[in-house]
Design a protein. Sequence first.
Length: 173
Amino acid sequence: MSELKLGPSKPRPLFIYGTLRALPLLAWALTGDASNISTVSKLIQPATVYGYTRVSVKNCDYPAVVKHEPHSSVDGYLLRFETTSQRKKLDDFEGEAYKLESAVVTVLGADGSNQKQREIVEADIYLWAGDADALTASPWELEYFEKERLRDWLDLFEGMELVGENPELTAPM
C-alpha cells in the first residue's frame, strides 16, 4: 500500500511531553526500531507550553496534561513530522484516553533556555480525555520513567510496529 501524499505540506507539528520524550520509545513508535535515535533527534526541538500542567495517572507509567493556570508550564519537545504516516502512528499510539487540541508552543534555544527563544508555533497536543478521578496531584518525571520503566516498555513492544497507513491496525504482531 502506498503512502498517502498530501502535496508539499507536512502534518501539523505535535508537542510531546510524556513517555515519547524518551527517545528510544519515540524512535520505536516512528521507525519501528528503538535504536534509531539519530533519526528522530532531527525531528524534535526543546519546547514549552504555558497554561497546562503535567500530572501522573494513577497506577500508570504515563502522564496526563490538562489545562491549568496561565503561568503553569509543561516542558517537552516540538515534533515536526516528515510524513503523514509518522503522525498516524503517534495518533494510534496515544489511544482514546487523549484528545488532540491546538496549543501555542514556545520553541526554546538549542540549550533549552528561554533566553534564546526562536519561535512561537501553533501545534497539536494530546490532552487527557479520560476520567478526572484517574489523575493524581503528583508530578510525572521523565527521569524516573527512563530509569525504571522504559526498558519494560521497549521489551513489551519488541517485534511490534505501528503501521501508520491503516488506522485500524495499531501494533500488529
